[in-house]
Write a protein that binds this ligand. Structure first.
Ligand SMILES: NC(=O)c1ccc[n+]([C@@H]2O[C@H](COP(=O)([O-])OP(=O)(O)OC[C@H]3O[C@@H](n4cnc5c(N)ncnc54)[C@H](OP(=O)(O)O)[C@@H]3O)[C@@H](O)[C@H]2O)c1
Length: 255
């Protein structure tokens, strides 16, 4: 039995992942963006052991979330699932002066990772959309679209996660693409019912397969897949990490 934190578990893949894990007998801590969504997460995952709250679009709130998660831990695995989808018409600048999609999808999991002890398994929910992402660290320009910003965010997430995997070699640190899944983000026409979209995240967090125990892989349907070449470029990855260090004042853990 493992103790596992799943972020963004008030609906969608996060809620189903948490339910799957409790059904397998694991102890699960769920997460919602505020107290109302934390209650919703507990209602969605009735066998959850505990809940933590924090809004990923606020650096102050993520710091509070990290403190609550540290208190609820330690965890055998953390599944960084929460994210914003591409359905945003225009850039939104947060109280921290960052574009919201970038902050929620890239900066918030970085901050949570920096402010919590590294768990033996770290599973980051990415997307095959990273393949058409650009490692663009500039401010939103006039050509900004939600779809490009989402793809960029999943590439940037994957780049710093792979850099973490390269340095924190004692932990299994991987990125999972769940597939196109019927959720609020995936929409009703998605090819996978919700239950099938959680198979690989659950497997990566709990199985003893070599892939799940290894590190630095992009995994879909329980198999490693090729990545956008930027993910494999140490210099480009280091530039992403340096940018995140500058924004947050935090450095990634090495142990
Ligand atoms: N569905 C797909 O086809 C698909 C494909 C590839 C990758 N993914 C990835 O899979 C993961 C889960 O997506 P999903 O389809 O389950 O999406 P979803 O149904 O929209 O769920 C996203 C979750 O993230 C939470 N979240 C969003 N913004 C937040 C914030 N500011 N603070 C805290 N929590 C926040 C949401 O909270 P609320 O419930 O309060 O809104 C929700 O629980 C994401 O990383 C997504 O990028 C999904």
């Amino acid at each position: 039995m493992a103790r596992i934190l799943v972020t963004g578990s008030a609906q969608g893949i996060g809620a189903q992942t948490a339910r799957d894990l409790t059904a397998l007998g694991h102890q699960v801590v769920v997460h919602g963006r505020d107290s109302t969504r934390a209650d919703a997460a507990l209602a969605e995952v009735p066998d959850a052991e505990a809940v933590v709250a924090g809004d990923l679009s606020s650096l102050a709130s993520v710091r509070e979330l990290a403190a609550a998660a540290r208190h609820a831990g330690p965890f055998d695995a953390v599944i960084h699932n929460a994210a914003l989808g591409p359905e945003q018409d225009a850039p939104v600048i947060t109280e921290d002066g960052l574009e919201r999609l970038f902050q929620v999808n890239v900066v918030a999991p970085y901050v949570l990772t920096c402010l919590m002890p590294l768990s033996p398994r770290m599973v980051y929910i990415g997307s095959d959309a990273h393949r058409y992402g650009r490692a663009d660290l500039g401010a939103p320009g006039p050509d900004w679209t939600g779809h490009q910003a989402y793809a960029d965010s999943k590439l940037l997430l994957q780049m710093w996660v792979f850099e973490l995997a390269a340095s924190a070699t004692h932990a299994a640190i991987n990125v999972v693409h769940p597939g196109w899944v019927q959720t609020a983000m995936g929409g009703p026409n998605a090819t996978l019912p919700l239950r099938e979209g959680t198979d690989t995240p659950v497997w990566m967090a709990t199985s003893d397969d070599d892939l799940a125990l290894g590190s630095g892989a992009f995994v879909h349907r329980r198999a490693q897949e090729d990545v956008n070449p930027a993910t494999l470029d140490h210099d480009q990855r280091a530039a992403v990490v340096a940018h995140l260090e500058e924004i947050t004042g935090l450095v990634l853990p090495t142990s």
